[in-house]
Design a protein around this ligand. Structure first.
Ligand SMILES: CC(C)(COP(=O)(O)OP(=O)(O)OC[C@H]1O[C@@H](n2cnc3c(N)ncnc32)[C@H](O)[C@@H]1OP(=O)(O)O)[C@@H](O)C(=O)NCCC(=O)NCCS
Length: 177
């Protein structure tokens, strides 16, 4: 298994990645945001993505998004293809994307919102803390991503204060030495 910082040569996998995200969202029944092949290709071109390959077959993917004019970054679209789940691959991909984002955006706070147990566990290991939504970016573009989630009515009703996801944040300024 190879875990790589994605480059132009990996754009050919964009369609397979997009399809896999769609299918997993349907099965899980939560609104994992839809990502078109074009959107994924842009992330790869900009050097903001990590891909896992097993003998040239796509096995996993994750990318970086930048919010609030670079004050925050989020790691989104984490996906492991069904055949490769339960073997620690998500943990390895998240670690690589975390290192890539600290190199590219060293001053940005890293955050995520998730209902996923594996993701909470991995984020905790990387040094994230659970936080209230008020500690996360107020960039409206980020929160627009929640519109495709079936729980969006809760987020609207609470005026974006809380929802079913847990907010998690890694603040480089508070890094333990
Ligand atoms: C979530 C996902 C990325 C996990 O990938 P994975 O490679 O199977 O995860 P890992 O093997 O690295 O597991 C990491 C930890 O989570 C745990 N875990 C994995 N799947 C789990 C599940 N369904 N329920 C509870 N815990 C789980 C593992 O036990 C492991 O912890 P441990 O090593 O302490 O036992 C994968 O299942 C997936 O692509 N799902 C669909 C898309 C999705 O939900 N993305 C997240 C959007 S927020």
């Amino acid at each position: 298994m190879k875990i790589l910082r994605a480059k132009a040569e990996h754009i050919i996998y964009s369609k397979a990645i997009s399809l896999c995200i769609d299918e997993s969202a349907k099965i899980r029944g939560t609104g994992i945001a839809r990502r078109t092949p074009e959107y994924i290709a842009t992330k790869i071109e900009n050097g903001n993505a990590v891909i896992a390959l097993e003998e040239d077959q796509f096995a996993g993917f994750c990318y970086i998004e930048v919010w609030g004019h670079g004050k925050y970054v989020a790691h989104s679209g984490l996906i492991v293809a069904p055949d490769f789940r339960g073997k620690g691959l998500a943990r390895k991909i998240k670690k690589e994307v975390f290192e890539l984002s600290l190199e590219k955006y060293p001053d940005a706070k890293v955050f995520g919102i998730t209902t996923s147990m594996p993701v909470m566990k991995i984020n905790y290991e990387l040094g994230y803390q659970p936080v209230h939504f008020s500690e996360l970016t107020d960039d409206p573009e980020f929160w627009k991503g929640c519109q495709t989630c079936k729980n969006y009515d809760i987020l609207t009703r609470t005026e974006r204060q809380m929802c079913l996801c847990t907010g998690m944040l890694y603040d480089p300024a508070k890094k333990k030495t």
